[in-house]
Design a binder for this molecule. Sequence first.
Ligand code: FES
Length: 126
Amino acid sequence: MWAGKKKHIAIFEQNLSNYQNSSLTDDNNTLSNDAIHKATAVIDQKTYHFDLDSKKSILDYALAQNVPIPFSCKNGICGKCKMLCVSGHTFTSNSKAISAEEQKNGYLLSCQTFTDIQDIKIKSIS
Ligand code: FES
């Protein structure tokens, strides 16, 4: 059945390390992966403060610090963790559950979103 036909195998890998390393410098202008950023999340009109760095998603950090961001799949598919970025800058690696237009307007999937060099403020949209 495959005789004479070429098989094509594609492997896609998300690599955030170059992006993360290129953005983070300390006072000596050397690369650092340990930069700590402050996040403020407003969820159901309650305000939570927690720390972030560029190694894990916003959702993973929030859950580890008992911030109740709703979630389900943690794979960028269900959209349950969608939030609005009020201030700061983020990088979303997988955004199947939000449109390009929503991203342009500041919406993010916290399970697929990382910080870069700034503190951020996000809020729930429900
Ligand atoms: S938890 Fe499903 S898209 Fe984030």
